[in-house]
Design a protein around this ligand. Sequence first.
Ligand code: GDP
Length: 202
Amino acid sequence: AEVVNAEFVKSSVKTEECPSDGLPEFALVGGSNVGKSSLLNSLVRRKRLALTSKKPGKTQCINHFRINDSWCLVDLPGYGYAAAPHELRTDWNKFTKDYFLNRPTLVSVFLLIDASIPAKKIDLEYASWLGQNQIPMTLIFTKCDKRKKKKNGGKRPEENVQDFQELIRDFFQTAPPWVMTSSVTNQGRDEILLHMSQLRNY
Ligand code: GDP
């Protein structure tokens, strides 16, 4: 399941523009600052493969990275930028939801959730939307190395992870798979790659 080779393929602004090579793909998505670029870089063991600019307005792209010439990691725009105007937020919804619903090569959405803080409404909304639309999802909990802090509700990452799963349970027939990760310690990296290879059947 190791990444031998990773290359940027293209940025697309709509689903129809995405690569038509038919390779299976996994989409990484999550709120701003959740640790998506760090995770992507840790998965491919490169410092700066994730080229996506973080400024709202420059994030409206679907970025395809081809791995080992046989499957793709897809970096989707982050959501929940406080600075984003309402219009842009609506766009995010249309844009990514269209991709989720109309991309046959999409094997699973990897939804990133910050495990160092209590569940956020916007994350619960996206998870439940994916569940209600029966889009295969894997929960990736990030920043699991962070110790509990009073200002974060005083809970450990393990507790936040449990709470989150509890809160979305009603939207899924079977509980989605989940992995606890840290881009600092590389916790969960191999587990994610193994899970992806199992989902691809090779
Ligand atoms: P993105 O906006 O989702 O792409 O998030 P980044 O990867 O840029 O990370 C946002 C911030 O969280 C940065 O300050 C990172 O150093 C920090 N961060 C990301 N992943 C981790 C992690 O696993 N553990 C800790 N402690 N911090 C992290």
